[in-house]
Design a binder for this molecule. Structure first.
Ligand SMILES: NC(=O)c1ccc[n+]([C@@H]2O[C@H](COP(=O)([O-])OP(=O)(O)OC[C@H]3O[C@@H](n4cnc5c(N)ncnc54)[C@H](OP(=O)(O)O)[C@@H]3O)[C@@H](O)[C@H]2O)c1
Length: 264
């Protein structure tokens, strides 16, 4: 009789942008599932406590490396360190990302480049470098992080929306280019998720968060995204390739994160 395998036990998993928020919970979830995890952020001081907590609370090894995903040389050094430590890379989660809220006409060229370079450029660098190690070992999985704001109009977040839309098309394209290397490329598009980044950028606070069991008009928890990411990296998702999974529950104000935030 067939039994579904949602396990990630024994995998070597890289999660970018894991000092807080969705990335941190993804790393913790993989570690709790028996994977070794390598995590990065722009600050060693912010990433070290995450690794210490993961190693204290799970049997997993956790490698924490300071790495700005916009910097190619730092990305190359990070993945070389992961390969040396864990002997390969099975799954890459391109989670590092960010934004600021501004009308299109108010975004400076520097501001535009910073957001596109972080969200899309970081995904480009990490995927290109990690895939070299994956193909040496016969394959792997890349999970990209888009957003519902990459799927439809997102007023006052045009730079973010454009970069997240590009990630969806990049996912589809790479799923074809990398298929012969045994690498699946998939994507998750979260709706509004309560994270430190959202609290800081958009002023959403976590008081009175409904529990995960609630299905009607709530903000998401980071675990809502981590569970889907783990599924996509597991053997159970072996025939899922090139797709974007929207994970948004029932938004509070209609069909859009921007509407939820009162930005449209
Ligand atoms: N929260 C939401 O509602 C939501 C919705 C849709 C999509 N998403 C996407 O989900 C991902 C995580 O979102 P979040 O809300 O958890 O974000 P967050 O709370 O702002 O955390 C962002 C993480 O990325 C790291 N980071 C930022 N710039 C980096 C860089 N250049 N290099 C390496 N790491 C970097 C940050 O670490 P340091 O500051 O320590 O460097 C931090 O760990 C992002 O891609 C975001 O666009 C979020």
């Amino acid at each position: 009789m067939h039994e579904a395998d949602f396990g990630v036990d024994g995998q070597s998993v890289v999660v970018t942008g894991a000092s807080q928020g969705i990335g941190r919970t993804i790393a913790e979830t993989f570690a709790a599932g028996g994977a070794d995890v390598a995590i990065c952020s722009r600050s060693q001081d912010r990433i070290d406590p995450v690794a210490e907590q993961i190693e204290a609370e799970t049997d997993a090894r956790c490698l924490a490396v300071e790495c700005n995903v916009r910097e190619r040389d730092e990305v190359e050094a990070f993945f070389e360190a992961v390969n040396d430590e864990f002997g390969g890379i099975d799954t890459l989660v391109n989670n590092a990302g960010g934004e600021f809220v501004a009308a299109f006409d108010d975004i400076s060229p520097n501001g535009w480049n910073a957001i596109v370079d972080l969200n899309l450029g970081g995904t480009f660098h990490c995927t290109q470098v990690a895939s070299q190690y994956m193909r040496e070992d016969g394959g792997g999985v890349v999970v990209n992080m888009s957003s519902v704001n990459g799927q439809h109009a997102a007023p006052n977040e045009s730079h973010y929306s454009a970069s997240k839309a590009a990630i969806i098309r990049l996912t589809e394209t790479l799923s074809v280019e990398y298929a012969s290397h045994g690498i699946r490329v998939v994507c998750v598009a979260p709706g509004l998720i309560q994270t430190p980044g959202v609290a800081e950028t958009l002023g959403i606070q976590s008081e009175d968060m409904p529990p995960r069991e609630a299905v009607d008009r709530r903000i998401g928890h980071t675990e809502d995204i981590a569970d889907v990411v783990q599924f996509l990296a597991s053997p159970a998702a072996a025939f899922v390739n090139g797709e974007t999974y929207t994970v948004k529950g029932v938004p509070r104000a209609g069909n859009s994160m921007s509407a939820d935030l009162g930005l449209q």
